[in-house]
Design a protein around this ligand. Structure first.
Ligand SMILES: *Cc1c(COP(=O)(O)O)cnc(C)c1O
Length: 356
């Protein structure tokens, strides 16, 4: 085996998906499965389809094309607002997209007419996270302009995003507001607004706590399906598997060394001046994995007694002094990734992916 390896336990992700589809449907919520966290790997897409998700959602058209080219039949949603330069591809390759610029909607409308192709849009409203979305005050003046779009372009619903750019959390108040906007839009446009897409995993937390207002009927879930976690408030999803994947790296040196560096100290790999505490001589290991492979801060050691010391582009240093097992070069260590670590490892071509 060529290390580092990212091992993905498909069955656990499949079960997380099934559990979430089930729990959400009890609350009248349909779920889009978000694939970007695993770079839309076809094996993941197939697993999500097997779990029963109707719509696969990704932030990148290239990922959507990759899944389509792998022959995975599904409805696809582009959940990053499209660049003006990719609007034609958005209509061509996606069934849904999330939009927040009137000009983009008009261009989409022209392309739908040209291609005679149906496309569904979700109008994003900025409910406070200050990333994408119409400001609520702009909506009023936009309705009239939205009346004249192509019959091929359908307004599927409204959506909001939380806990991404600014950490703004979804709550009863802002989600109720979102539902109000959808009702107002329905009245003004005299067309049904079917979908009120209330966010990602952070909004699932509200659903489980029972504080989700009635009327939110869509969620877009990535982290909770893939990792069984929520990084917005670290909500513990007791019903989900958290051991869905691990990153395995090989020790290429194991040796007792001092814990204080020797000589004059300048900046380390990341441009910081590191501070170390003298703990005497300790056993340490050098793993052949580094910042070019994975976001090191997001790794949780799974083997007893292993502590991460620091990392450079290609090496990860671990303290092995307190391990019950006596490690030697050639042994491997396992780590659980958080969301950014999963994202980086899935993107790195140096990390071999193994689906078990
Ligand atoms: C990534 C993303 C999601 C998924 O969020 P999770 O926290 O992983 O569930 C949902 N919506 C949008 C717009 C996204 O970009």
């Amino acid at each position: 085996m060529r290390y580092p390896v990212m091992k993905i336990f498909k069955e656990k992700i499949l079960e997380n998906g099934q559990i979430l589809i089930n729990e959400c449907s009890k609350c009248g919520i349909s779920v889009w499965a978000v694939t970007k966290g695993m770079s839309a790997h076809p094996e993941i897409a197939l697993t999500l389809k097997a779990a029963g998700f109707q719509v696969l959602a990704d932030s990148r058209i290239s990922n959507i094309i990759k899944m389509k080219e792998a022959g995975i039949e599904s409805e696809y949603a582009l959940i990053r607002i499209p660049m003006p330069s990719e609007i034609e591809d958005t209509v061509r390759y996606c069934d849904y997209s999330m939009v927040s610029e009137l000009e983009s909607i008009f261009e989409m409308s022209r392309i739908c007419d040209d291609l005679k192709k149906d496309h569904k849009i979700v109008i994003m409203i900025d409910m406070g996270d200050l990333r994408e979305g119409f400001c609520p005050t702009e909506l009023e003046s936009s309705y009239e302009k939205l009346m004249n779009i192509s019959p091929y372009l359908h307004i599927a619903g409204v959506g909001a995003n939380f806990a991404c750019a600014s950490g703004a959390l979804p709550g009863r108040e802002n989600l109720t507001q979102l539902i109000e906007y959808s009702k107002e839009m329905e009245k003004k446009l005299t067309c049904p607004i079917g979908l009120v897409s209330g966010g990602g995993t952070c909004t699932l937390v509200q659903m489980i706590k029972g504080t989700l207002p009635e009327g939110i009927n869509g969620l877009r879930l990535g982290e909770s399906i893939l990792l069984g976690t929520d990084s917005s408030v670290n909500f513990p999803f007791t019903m989900l598997h958290r051991d869905t994947m691990e990153i395995v790296a090989e020790l290429s040196e194991v040796r007792v060394k001092p814990t204080l560096p020797i000589g004059e100290i300048g900046m380390d790999f990341s441009g910081n001046v590191p501070v170390f505490h003298d703990r005497g001589n300790r056993l340490r290991g050098v793993l052949a994995i580094g910042r070019q492979d994975v976001r090191i801060e997001g790794l949780l050691p799974l083997d007893e007694g292993v502590e991460i010391i620091t990392a450079s582009s290609d090496h990860l240093l671990v303290d092995l002094e307190d391990c019950p097992k006596k490690y030697k070069a050639g042994d491997t260590l396992r780590f659980r990734p958080d969301y950014p670590a999963m994202l980086s490892a899935s993107t790195s071509s140096y990390v071999q992916k193994i689906f078990c």
